[in-house]
Design a protein around this ligand. Structure first.
Ligand code: GTP
Ligand code: MG
Length: 255
């Protein structure tokens, strides 16, 4: 990093003077956006509670459908701060129901990176297409250029007869101009199951052998994340890294 650059040239800075970035999880209703952030929150709590700067806030209706957003802010664990001493990353989800269009627009404001979540349930195909079209309408020029983004295909646990094949989603991503070809789309799409991740976390926490996986402070040891939990955490953590790299590049370019 150029010595002329200061943190505030690279990142926005919050009210307490700490640099931060904002990630938004976008996608149709019932895709599993709230579930993803919930799993990630529980994981951070058992791994390193000090990295949760503000715990999960959900604005939802009595049935659990988001009506505005979910939000939680994390800090990069010590030692992982790519030449940044301290960095907070806010993770937001949008309310997926069609009628919440204005709320989604508000939540998208100031996003530094996006995760788009598909629901592969067969009956959800049209909702996926409409949600993706809406995101393209709102952020199309920036997606993948000035705005790093990843695509997540949730509910990979569903039996094959109940879900659209991953291939169809890769084609859709290419058709919508978000990837140049299928190979490129494949690199951007991560298959996850928030349901399996949640079950793994519960099994882990209830297991009589849980102590073997905890360090001396009672925290889940690095490398002990169950596989589906790791898959749910990966998009958030990879996107955080991509945004940091992107922002440093932008700042250097304009410095
Ligand atoms: N089978 C399966 N079900 C899931 C998975 N993830 C979430 N669900 C279920 O899908 C439903 C919707 O999950 P939410 O996380 O509330 O969905 P959302 O995207 O936040 O929905 P909105 O708030 O309306 O935008 C719930 O019943 C979840 O239990 C998954 O990986 N597999
Ligand atoms: Mg939700």
């Amino acid at each position: 990093m150029s010595s002329k650059l200061s943190i505030s040239d690279i990142f926005k800075v919050d009210a307490s003077g700490v640099p931060y970035l904002k990630i938004v999880i976008f996608g149709p209703s019932l895709a599993g956006k709230t579930s993803m952030l919930t799993v990630y929150n529980v994981l951070r709590k058992v791994e390193d509670p000090e990295t949760i700067y503000s715990s999960l806030k959900k604005i939802d209706d009595p049935s659990g459908r988001t009506i505005f957003y979910d939000q939680s802010t994390f800090e990069l664990p010590k030692g992982q701060g790519v030449s940044v001493p301290k960095l907070r990353y806010q993770v937001w989800t949008v309310a997926g129901q069609k009628r919440h269009h204005i709320q989604r627009k508000v939540v998208l404001e100031g996003a530094d990176g996006l995760i788009f979540m598909f629901d592969p349930s067969k009956e959800m195909w049209q909702d996926n297409v409409e949600s993706l079209d809406e995101l393209i309408e709102l952020k199309g020029d920036e997606l993948g250029n000035s705005l790093p983004f990843l695509i997540v295909l949730n509910k990979i646990d569903l039996p094959t007869e109940k879900r659209r094949p991953t291939d169809d989603f890769l084609d859709l991503v290419v058709e919508k101009g978000l990837a140049q070809n299928k190979g490129d789309a494949y690199m951007r799409v991560m298959e996850i199951s928030c349901l399996n991740a949640r079950n793994e976390l519960m099994t882990l926490l209830r297991s009589p052998n849980v102590k073997e996986k905890l360090d001396e402070y009672g925290r889940l040891k690095k490398g002990e994340r169950p596989p589906n939990v790791q898959k749910v955490a990966q998009p958030i953590e990879q996107l955080t890294r991509e945004i940091i790299i992107h922002r440093i590049k932008v700042a250097k370019g304009s410095a």
